[in-house]
Design a protein around this ligand. Structure first.
Ligand SMILES: Cc1ncc(COP(=O)(O)O)c(C=O)c1O
Length: 357
């Protein structure tokens, strides 16, 4: 008998998350704003109230109050569960719906790479249904798989990473209306698009919304994400979490960010404007096919020159992401919005690569 689960032994190694350290990190959809620099005094002030030698409960109610206020749409404290990033919340959902060896989740493709990493870690299979070439999808075909016996969860990423597009509200609604299976709506990038289904939590008892503090709130290294759902679902999901899952320092930091949320929302607005500028400038480059984006990144294709461009950018100290693994995005690359200077440097470097000054 082996020491570990047979499905783990059969699975390949986890995804390699090592990324090249370049001066211009435009590869992981991070923010250029360091939240610690932005709110360090207020954070230290709030930490005066905290003792790290004790198990905690004191910050939690205040953080909950601030998060309720931030999410809005009439949600209450028992509609929320938080953990170490959206990834941790995805993992909790996968663990909580897994039933037996034939159970699987369903995602559209291409979408967030790590849905498969975490579903497999949770012992839940995963199936993918491809988007159409225009990134539309057949909602009835999706429902057919979702409503099949062993499917335990539907995943919809909105806006979608790595395509950057928004799913149609009508399709999401139609899916919610025509299934009783849990539907996980990944709203990690929702602040950049302004579109959310948080107002529909009260209407759909099988809707689970996952969100992150890594993107709009600029805190990818901090690790904080949350789920919004009806209270009875939160109760079940809590059962797969460790009790003191999220460190009191992280909770205090998030609380401080929410006390200063205007700063982060202003930064998000600026990132959206910079992304639009970047998109428009990239559209001027004839050698590129550029996809519209409702996020903080732009996906594009340089056909047979994509690999050489990727290499060239690395040599010019710019790290971007190769997202070409799925045939629909064959030879596509993804650039995260940087500072105005970084975006200009990126565009100029791409232009000079193609001799399009
Ligand atoms: C669609 C999507 N969901 C979830 C995550 C994970 O976010 P977090 O950093 O909060 O774990 C990411 C990260 O890039 C993402 O793109």
């Amino acid at each position: 008998m082996s020491l570990f689960r047979t499905d783990l032994l059969q699975a390949g190694p986890p995804a390699d998350i090592s990324v090249p350290r370049k001066k211009n990190m435009m590869c992981l959809n991070e923010s250029v704003l360091d939240p610690y620099q932005a709110i360090d005094e207020a954070f230290h002030q709030n930490m005066q109230e905290i003792t790290l030698n004790r198990y905690f409960s004191q910050v939690t109610p205040e953080l909950k109050r601030l998060l309720i206020e931030y999410v809005g749409h009439g949600i209450e404290g028992d509609n929320l569960l938080w953990g170490n990033g959206a990834d941790d919340m995805l993992f909790a959902c996968f663990l909580a719906v897994r039933e037996d060896n034939d159970a699987f989740a369903l995602s559209l493709a291409p979408s967030y790479f790590d849905y498969s990493t975490y579903s497999r870690a949770a012992g839940l299979g995963i199936k993918f249904m491809d988007f159409q070439p225009d990134f539309n999808f057949d909602e009835n075909a999706y429902l057919k798989i979702l409503n099949s016996d062993n499917c335990r969860l539907g995943i919809l990423c909105n806006p979608n990473n790595p395509t950057g597009h928004l799913l149609s509200d009508d399709k999401i609604l139609y899916i919610l209306q025509n299934t009783k299976k849990p539907v996980l709506l990944d709203e990690t990038y929702f602040e950049f698009s302004g579109k959310t289904f948080a107002d529909r939590i009260k209407d759909f008892s099988h809707l689970l919304i996952v969100r992150s503090f890594s993107k709009s709130f600029s805190a990818a290294g901090l690790r904080f994400g949350y789920i919004i759902s009806q209270a009875q679902n939160i109760e079940e999901l809590r059962k797969v979490q460790t009790i003191f899952n999220t460190s009191i320092m992280v909770q205090t930091f998030v609380m401080t960010m929410l006390m200063n949320k205007e700063l982060f929302l202003k930064h998000t607005k600026e990132a959206v404007a910079l992304k639009q500028e970047l998109y428009e400038e990239m559209c001027q480059i004839k050698a590129l096919k550029v996809y519209p984006s409702h996020t903080n990144f732009v996906t594009f294709c340089a056909n047979e020159l994509s690999a050489a461009l990727f290499e060239h950018l690395q040599h010019q100290d710019i790290a971007i992401r190769d997202v070409g693994a799925h045939p629909l995005l064959a030879r596509c690359l993804r650039v995260s919005v940087g500072s105005r200077e970084q975006n200009r440097y990126f565009v100029n470097t791409v232009k000079s690569f193609f001799n399009e000054q």
